[in-house]
Design a binder for this molecule. Structure first.
Ligand code: HAM
Length: 420
């Protein structure tokens, strides 16, 4: 039997209402903040991600789905959206039409990570990017948006972690200090951290190894090495979050897994879903657009993992949606009236009702059971003696009242159904 590929998941009909609900909540809140939706291709030229996210990151080094297409071009299934949005921004000269572009997306992403609870190889993100301003109000806005979305879902166990990575110059100075600090302790670090010491030293802070964490507990922190302008920017972001009522913790060890960040970085963590606890991450990337051959344009954004959010909702028992229901189930009493039942069903659907009928030649009893199972508000009987008399019977499934109509009075049947 062929099964879904490891790390991928079907989203079955029973799960769809939650996805739809979340997607429409995202769309509504993005609209309130005046973000416009963008959709980019599922794959891009590999160079976009290699240059955008950074060669030394885990995503580019280990996790990308990369292949040569028939014309020998190396393409990659998108592991994240920021690079794609920036590529599209540059390609369509968006800054010429509008000096600030506020964009949002909902899309599948692909990373070949080791699958576990909350970690998939095809997963879905919603997110937003604001391109064209270095105003700290946008850093704050892009934290407030996901926070509001998560709160609107009813989630409680949330922590906003905030940090600033400043500008490359102070970061380079700091890296030297960190290198010096760790130099004598290298042999005690985990193998992964020893590798990162040379390739991407800041990422050592991400290590889950207890010994590494103990060594790092006394390490100098990047926040202490930021220049004044960066500290001022960070201070403004904090003030705006405070006035918006978004609680946050400063986490000076929060380094993100992508290389493009400058200034603000943040994550929103859930205490309800185990080790893969980041529901959302993001930050400012003032150099990325130029790095990808665009103009010198600042940017800031976030992305949130939909599967993780729905897992948190399940574990916190929030987001219980009303069961789906039908307005009407058309019961076919006589098999030879199948065509009439079919036409009636179409008529009521054309009026805008949600209608189902029987396609399996079931008995009237079995059709009634099905109508019950589907939560039909009404059933309409087509057939039997009353049909011979020229009548059809509508039954209210809750109150069990029955209403008799002439076969020709379908519009009256409709009026009855919508009047409740
Ligand atoms: P990221 O932290 O790599 O950031 O991913 C954002 C979110 O996507 C994570 O917090 C997590 O909820 C979800 N996620 C990531 N990997 C997986 C996975 N394998 N399985 C399930 N969920 C996952 C970015 O992608 C940046 N583009 C965010 C950003 C936008 N920064 C600036 N603008």
């Amino acid at each position: 039997m062929i099964k879904a590929v490891t790390g991928t998941k079907d989203i079955l009909p029973a799960d769809i209402p939650k996805w739809r609900y979340l997607e429409s909540l995202v769309t509504k809140i993005m609209k309130q903040f005046n973000y416009k939706e963008i959709r980019t291709p599922v794959f891009e030229e590999t160079a976009l991600f290699a240059r955008g996210i950074g060669e030394a990151t885990d995503i580019v080094g280990k996790e990308m789905y990369t292949f040569l297409d028939k014309s020998q071009t190396s393409v990659t299934l998108k592991p994240e959206m920021t690079a794609s949005v920036v590529r599209s921004f540059i390609e369509h000269s968006m800054e010429k039409k509008q000096s600030l572009n506020k964009l949002f997306y909902i899309s599948p992403m692909f990373r070949q990570e080791k699958p576990q609870a909350g970690r998939l190889r095809q997963f879905h993100q919603f997110g937003a990017e604001a391109l064209g301003s270095n105003n700290p109000a946008l850093d704050a806005e892009l934290i407030i948006i996901p926070f509001w979305i998560l709160k609107s879902l009813g989630l409680k166990n949330l922590t906003v972690k905030l940090n600033s990575l400043g500008v490359p110059k102070s970061r380079e100075n700091y890296k030297k200090v960190l290198k010096e600090f760790l130099q004598s302790k290298i042999k005690d670090l985990s193998e992964d951290s020893r590798k990162r010491f040379d390739t991407n030293i800041l990422r050592i802070f991400d290590s889950k190894d207890e010994r590494d964490q103990q060594i790092l507990s006394n390490a100098p922190l990047l926040l202490e090495y930021l220049d004044n302008a960066s500290l001022e920017h960070f201070e403004k972001v904090k003030q705006l979050l405070l006035s918006a009522g978004v609680p946050f913790e400063i986490d000076a060890k929060l380094v993100r897994g992508l290389d493009y960040y400058t200034h603000t970085t943040f994550e929103i963590i859930s205490g309800s879903i185990g080790s893969q606890s980041a529901l959302c991450g993001g930050g400012r990337y003032d150099l990325l657009i130029k790095e990808l051959d665009g103009s010198d344009t600042p940017g800031v954004g976030f992305a949130a993992g939909i599967e993780r959010i729905l897992l948190a909702c399940e574990n916190e028992k929030v987001l219980s949606l009303n069961e789906e229901s039908l307005d009407l189930f058309v019961v076919t009493i006589d098999e030879n009236l199948y065509k009439t039942a079919f036409e009636y069903s179409l008529f009521f659907r054309m009026q805008g009702l949600t209608v189902e009928m029987d396609y399996l030649n079931r008995s009237v009893k079995a059709q009634m059971r099905e109508a019950n199972k589907l939560n039909a508000a009404y059933v309409l009987f087509v057939g039997g003696e009353e049909y011979i008399r020229g009548e059809i019977i509508l039954k209210n499934m809750k109150g069990s009242e029955q209403f008799t109509f002439r076969k020709t009075e379908l519009d009256k049947v409709y009026q009855k159904i919508i009047s409740g």
